[in-house]
Design a protein around this ligand. Structure first.
Ligand code: AMP
Length: 221
């Protein structure tokens, strides 16, 4: 990464488009943290914190958690030291109200990568998605399997299915995405910071396109 150019990156796209996976890869490559509002909420729900209790009903049915709750979480997380040299947002903002509230914080984004994948492929992908119960790493039974298919390659934790990856809930999440989140594409396009990556069958191919998009931004192209 060029010096003095903090990468403030957001991955945009439908649930299951591969934002989380690409965010993990980019976080490692550029040594900046990924902030996933979905992961923060899932952890809070598992630990039954106050936030978790408030969020559970929304997350489990595929609805969006109220904007003010989410904006509060993000504001707090981005004020931590590890975000000073840049960060990657996965799953935030998800509504125009969240995007506007985020603008008001003055933190700003330098680049938005939109990963485009058809709805039918998303439903197929989500049924094969697996998440490590211990460290949260994500895999796919077909597209990104672990070495033995039952344990995490990173930490050896047990692989689980997300409850909201159930096909019925996925359909609701896609509806929510098209209605409430997709309008953000025009919002960031108008700002001139949106780059589109067409999600590929193979993970490595999507990664190559994503890295190209980030590198060309860093070169100032
Ligand atoms: P994700 O892992 O990004 O697909 O998020 C899982 C679930 O967490 C979503 O279906 C929502 O219920 C909730 N969630 C995550 N991020 C947000 C957000 N920015 N705004 C509202 N709800 C969110």
């Amino acid at each position: 990464m060029k010096e003095n150019k903090a990468l403030k990156l957001m991955f945009f796209g439908a649930p299951g488009a591969g934002k989380g996976t690409q965010a993990e890869i980019a976080a490692e490559r550029y040594s900046i943290p990924t902030i996933s509002t979905g992961a923060i909420l899932r952890e809070a729900i598992a630990e039954k914190t106050e936030l978790g209790k408030m969020a559970a009903g929304y997350v489990e049915t595929g609805a969006l958690v109220p904007d003010d709750l989410i904006v509060g979480i993000i504001r707090e997380r981005l004020s931590e030291d590890d975000c000073k040299n840049g960060f990657i947002l996965d799953g935030f903002p998800r509504t125009l109200a969240q995007a506007r509230a985020f603008e008001e914080t003055g933190i700003g984004l330098s680049l938005v990568i939109d990963i485009e994948v058809d709805d039918e492929r998303i439903v197929e992908r989500m049924s094969g998605r697996r998440v490590c119960a211990a460290c949260g790493a994500t895999y796919h039974t077909k597209y990104n399997p672990t070495a033995d298919g039952v344990h995490c390659d990173e930490c050896g934790g047990e692989l689980t299915c997300r409850r909201d990856d159930d096909p019925e809930v996925v359909r609701h999440r896609l509806e929510t995405y098209h209605e409430q989140t997709e309008p953000l594409r025009a919002f960031y396009e108008e700002k001139g910071i949106l780059r589109v990556v067409i999600g590929q069958e193979k993970l490595d191919d999507t990664t190559a396109l994503t890295v190209d998009a980030i590198e060309s931004y860093l070169r100032g192209e």
